[in-house]
Design a protein. Structure first.
Length: 81
């Protein structure tokens, strides 16, 4: 089981920011660190951390931290608060 904190740590690692900077409202290109290249780094970090393979259609819909967390549920990554 993965905690919300662990998910936020993976996201923060992908963007090179602190987990404290991660909120559900954070969106693609809303910060300089979340550009097209770091978006692909995020996909790789998520796939590695959770042993999943994210489909391209899903990669394109990951436009916010909230969407990333929602997407992880689709791939059976359980989260607890």
């Amino acid at each position: 089981m993965h905690t919300q904190q662990q998910v936020e740590e993976v996201i923060a690692k992908a963007f090179g920011i602190t987990p404290n900077d991660i909120t559900d409202e954070l969106e693609y290109q809303s910060i300089p660190e979340w550009d097209s290249v770091s978006h692909l780094v995020l996909v790789t970090e998520l796939e590695t951390a959770y042993g999943i393979s994210i489909e391209m259609e899903d990669v394109l819909t990951m436009g916010s931290v909230a969407k990333v967390k929602e997407l992880l549920k689709k791939y059976n990554v359980e989260q607890v608060a």
